[in-house]
Design a protein. Structure first.
Length: 536
């Protein structure tokens, strides 16, 4: 064996000597060394242990195992596996575990969720179970969806989502705080990718910027992060591809926040990638008021993991039946209109939740009425459709609503005046803080820019588009340098104190003409402003 073919001639010599291999200087020496080396290699191959590492949770390629943490659930049991330490964070490179008993989990779920009005939380549990079915749907365009619970604090949003995640194991390992003091969006998406088909809860998602909402929606819906390049020209995309259902909780409505975005072409598409349910004030007290808080928290923290084993083994042992079930359920949501087609992500989400519910019901894991839950789901899809249409109303239709807020908030005088002579008393008493000025004889109307912005924010109207619509509709009188606003002392020459503010000047005839939305009616005390159109 020529030494040029060895990685280390010294180590080979030491190995031979350790095994008492001595070669004589004769014609058979080369053959003896070759025979020994072959025997060693064959022995190592015979006794070698194959080692496979995983860098993502969820189904194995053959769908004969499901990775959760450092365990692989199989049809007959579970076994330890090795995770790629370069890809999997150390805090989830652990056993997600089980706690309590399966019987305890079933009884507790029945106590908590088998009640009228609990459909939002029932759906969350089925959405979590359905995460394992997302890869079985067979759709290249759908990789799962985020279920968003929004509403005020103390509504039970986070607790419910943790209980839903507890179906798989310790819920603390599936939760990420995404508020200002929590995870960055990059870190959250990386973790989502690693978790594969195991759900993730993005808790306290309020206050996100529009671009972050768009990125999160598309990442969760498409099963991959947006492909980007760094300054060095190399890819900086976070994570790989995944199929999963996930959870988001937020005090603010994500649908409403998205509606305020200036990117009009992305508003509806982004909204359709969040399945959001807005919990009414007092929801928890009204529906779950009889439940002891300690009982619910004990279940959340100490009863988890067992049900997923039963569920996954049933799926593995009946894979073809499960695929047929998904196909049959999906056929019930055939598209009948353009709106139905737009909402295909919602309907695939409902499909996996309902199919998972049917499997869990058959196994005795849940006892609540799943058909009633699905009827509720259909209602929610319709509600979200109406909310989208409301948020996308043509800007012109909002004009009447805005103008309806002006009576009693305008300083109305005969002319503008400058305050060097007698100060004018407003012809109509102010009923609240003033937001504009009207000069009847001068035919001038000014509206405070801040007041318009505040109204747009409150009503989910995109301010820039609102002003653009007013400008194109001939409402705004441009300044000499062709700007849409100018600085004005609204109270100048009147008894109303005011500072300088930036205002839009509105063409008088557009506001108070014969066919205009507002009329000034003379009264004994001055004038009265009347609305001539009803707000839409």
């Amino acid at each position: 064996m020529p030494t040029s073919e060895l990685a280390s001639a010294d180590r080979m010599a030491a190995t031979l000597a350790a095994n008492e291999v001595f070669l004589k200087r004769n014609s058979t020496a080369k053959k003896d060394m070759a025979d020994f080396t072959i025997d060693v290699i064959e022995s190592l191959q015979l006794w070698r242990q194959e080692t496979k590492t995983y860098k993502q949770f969820g189904w194995t390629p053959e769908f004969d195992g499901f990775i959760i943490g450092n365990k692989k659930i199989t049809a007959k049991g579970e076994e330890d596996v090795l995770l790629d330490t370069d890809e999997v964070p150390s805090d989830i490179n652990v056993d997600f575990g089980t706690s309590g008993t399966l019987t305890e989990w079933v009884d507790n779920i029945d106590t908590i969720y088998n009640r009228p009005g609990a459909e939002p939380f029932q759906f969350a549990l089925c959405h979590s179970m359905g995460s394992a079915l997302v890869p079985l749907v067979g759709s290249t365009n759908w990789h799962g969806l985020a279920y968003v619970l929004s509403g005020g604090t103390s509504g039970g949003k986070s607790t419910n989502c943790k209980i839903a995640c507890g179906f798989w194991g310790n819920p603390a390992l599936m939760e990420r705080q995404t508020g200002e003091q929590g995870s960055t969006l990059n870190a959250a998406i990386k973790r989502i990718a690693v978790m594969g088909s195991v759900p993730v809860l993005l808790d306290e998602f309020s206050g996100r910027k529009p671009e972050e909402l768009i990125r999160t929606a598309y990442s969760l819906g498409n099963g991959r992060d947006k492909e980007r390049l760094g300054s060095n020209g190399k890819f900086t995309t976070v994570g790989g591809q995944w199929f999963k259902n996930s959870f988001i909780t937020s005090n603010d409505s994500l649908q409403d926040e998205i509606a305020k975005m200036n990117a009009a072409d992305k508003v509806e598409a982004t909204q359709l990638r969040f399945f959001e349910v807005k919990l009414e004030d007092g929801f928890r007290a009204n529906v779950f008021g009889d439940l002891d808080k300690q009982f619910v928290e004990h279940h959340m923290d100490h009863v988890y993991g067992h049900a997923s084993r039963e569920f996954l083994r049933s799926v593995m042992n009946n894979m073809e039946s499960v695929k047929r079930l998904i196909t049959n359920v999906r056929s019930k949501f055939n598209y009948k209109s353009d709106d139905d087609s737009k909402e295909r992500f919602y309907r695939d989400t409902a499909t996996t939740a309902y199919a998972a519910a049917k499997i869990a019901k058959k196994l005795g894991l849940i006892k609540f009425d799943i058909d009633n839950m699905m009827a509720w789901t259909e209602e929610q899809i319709m509600k979200q459709r109406e909310n989208r249409k409301l948020s996308q109303t043509e800007i012109g239709e909002h004009l009447a609503s805005f103008i309806a807020t002006l009576p009693g908030r305008l300083i109305i005088t005969k002319n503008m005046g400058d305050g060097r002579k007698d100060r004018q008393v407003p012809l109509e008493p102010l009923r609240s803080e003033h937001v504009g000025r009207v000069a009847i004889e001068d035919k001038r109307v000014y509206i405070n820019v801040k007041a318009v912005k505040d109204w747009c924010t409150e009503h989910g109207v995109k301010h820039n588009e609102f002003i653009k619509e007013l400008d194109e509709g001939g409402y705004i009188r441009p300044t000499p340098d062709n700007k849409t606003s100018t600085k004005v002392y609204l109270g100048a020459g009147t008894t109303v104190a005011s500072g300088q503010s930036r205002c839009y000047e509105i063409h008088y005839h557009k506001m108070f003409g014969s066919n205009a939305p507002l009329h000034l009616v003379e009264t004994d005390n001055g004038v009265s402003t009347e609305n001539m159109i009803e707000p839409s």
